[in-house]
Design a protein around this ligand. Structure first.
Ligand SMILES: NC(=O)c1ccc[n+]([C@@H]2O[C@H](COP(=O)([O-])OP(=O)(O)OC[C@H]3O[C@@H](n4cnc5c(N)ncnc54)[C@H](O)[C@@H]3O)[C@@H](O)[C@H]2O)c1
Length: 279
């Protein structure tokens, strides 16, 4: 990457705005946000104005991703929008030779999609970055990939954090007073039913034994201390357990604060060559 990393942002909601603010405060190395795209115009306008203060000039707001990737000297696109945005725009970004950081990682395990985007990246020389998001332990799963026998992830959230997901539809009007299993199945089934909730399951499955073999359980618990993810893996290299009790983001309870921090750290490490720990 060049000395200054010019970033185009897809999605100016909770995570995109927080990431952009961190970049503006120079917490992500040499990165600079030069372009914003969001189908919700008010969100992107508000963020553009906020970023206009200080040393950086106001980012350019664009109406399409084709415009975004045409911005002069663009190095990286960061997606903080939705699985639908990843499906719609990844190839446009990668075919233009621009690297892509994906937060809505659930899209990457949709059947056939990873093969398509990997081919586009390979062809143009671009890179796809997938931050660890709302969990950790991704390094251990990657390292023991060939020796893994079983990987399970249990995600426990307050009912309000699951509200709106297709997989929660039959529970929307029911009172949940105790921990209740809402879903049990594979990561590939989970991302379709909980597109805004279980990106972590997709990331875990990509690092480990794949989306069909990774087992997912989603639990609604009104007394959950936050967005809790528990990963248990059995492998010939040993048994691993990781538990994350995440604070939900203050403006979007579906998103964990740690996921925002992981995006900032990935961007910082892209910008700063040299020491790499755990990547
Ligand atoms: N990998 C992880 O561990 C992890 C953790 C938390 C959240 N996420 C994902 O990151 C994404 C962003 O989270 P958030 O909390 O900022 O969500 P948010 O709802 O606060 O903001 C998303 C923004 O993207 C825009 N958007 C959505 N689809 C779009 C499209 N197709 N084209 C253009 N704009 C679009 C929306 O208008 C909104 O402004 C979500 O998909 C979320 O599921 C991933």
């Amino acid at each position: 990457m060049p000395e200054q990393v010019n970033v185009g942002l897809i999605g100016c909601g909770s995570m995109g705005s927080e990431l952009a603010r961190a970049v503006h405060r120079k917490e992500a190395g040499s990165a600079r946000i030069i372009g914003l795209f969001d189908e919700y115009h008010l969100g992107r306008e508000t963020l553009a104005k906020e970023l206009a203060f200080g040393a950086d000039s106001e980012p350019i707001q664009v109406d399409t991703v084709v415009e975004l990737v045409s911005l002069p000297n663009l190095d990286l696109v960061i997606e903080c929008a939705s699985q639908a945005a990843v499906v719609a725009h990844s190839e446009t970004v990668l075919n233009a030779g621009i690297s892509l950081l994906v937060m809505s990682s659930g899209a990457l395990i949709l059947p056939g999609f990873m093969r398509k985007v990997s081919a586009a990246a390979h062809e143009s020389g671009a890179t796809i970055y997938i931050p660890s998001g709302a969990v950790g332990g991704i390094d251990a799963l990657r390292a023991s990939k060939a020796l893994l026998e079983e990987v399970t992830i249990v995600s426990t959230k307050k009912p309000t954090s699951l509200s709106g997901a297709p997989g929660f539809a039959e529970w929307e009007n029911k009172e949940i007073t105790e921990p209740t299993v809402i879903f049990e199945g594979s990561a590939i089934e989970a991302v379709g039913l909980f597109p805004a909730n279980v990106n972590v399951a997709a990331t875990v499955s990509l690092a480990g034994i794949g989306p069909d073999a990774t087992k997912v359980r989603v639990i609604a618990d009104p007394n959950s201390p936050g967005n809790v993810h528990e990963i248990n893996a059995v492998s010939k290299a040993g048994k691993f357990s990781f538990r994350f009790e995440n604070m939900p983001h203050e403006t979007n309870p579906k998103t964990s604060f740690l996921a925002v921090l992981a995006a900032i750290e990935t961007l910082r490490s892209i910008c700063e060559p040299g020491l790499r720990i755990g990547t």
